[in-house]
Design a protein around this ligand. Structure first.
Ligand SMILES: *[C@@H]1O[C@H](CO)[C@@H](O)[C@H](O)[C@H]1NC(C)=O
Length: 126
C-alpha cells in the first residue's frame, strides 16, 4: 500500500466509526414508557380517532415532524406483546422516550386504560 492508500484506508475507517451511530440513531431501541391520550387533529396535520393505532412523540424526538406518519414498533417487555402505531402528533409533556398512545393502541398492548401507564416500554421506528 502506498502512503496515500494507508491514509485513505484510515480515513474510511474513521468515517465508518463516526457515521455508524448516526445511521442507526432512528433504528435504535428506545426504553421509555407509554401513556394514552384522545387523538383528534394532530401536529402532523391529520385527523385520527381513538380506535386507530396512533401515537405522539416527545418534543425531543419530534424534530419538526420528521417522523410524521412513520410506524413505530412497540413492545411491552412484561408481556412480550408487540404492536405497531403511526406517528401523528407531538406530545408536549412527554420526556424524551415517553410515547403517548391512542386508547386502542394502549389497550392492544394488553394493558387496561385504568392502568394509565406502561413502564417500561420498548419501542423503535419500524
Ligand atoms: C390517521 O389519519 C390519516 C388521515 O386520515 C390516515 O391517512 C391514517 O391512515 C390514520 N392512521 C391510522 C393508523 O389509522
Amino acid at each position: 500500500m502506498s502512503r496515500f492508500q494507508v491514509i485513505a484506508a484510515i480515513c474510511a475507517l474513521a468515517v465508518g466509526v463516526i457515521a455508524t451511530p448516526m445511521l442507526t440513531h432512528t433504528k435504535r431501541q428506545n426504553v421509555g414508557e407509554a401513556t394514552y391520550y384522545y387523538p383528534g387533529e394532530g401536529a402532523c396535520g391529520y385527523y385520527n380517532t381513538s380506535d386507530q393505532p396512533v401515537l405522539a412523540l416527545s418534543v425531543d424526538i419530534w424534530n419538526n415532524g420528521e417522523y410524521c406518519m412513520q410506524w413505530v414498533e412497540l413492545t411491552d417487555p412484561a408481556t412480550g406483546v408487540t404492536q405497531y402505531g403511526q406517528v401523528v402528533d407531538e406530545c408536549q409533556g412527554c420526556d424524551s422516550t415517553h410515547v403517548d398512545l391512542s386508547p386502542s393502541l394502549f389497550e392492544s398492548l394488553g394493558a387496561p386504560l385504568s392502568q394509565g401507564v406502561i413502564s417500561p416500554l420498548d419501542w423503535q421506528f419500524a
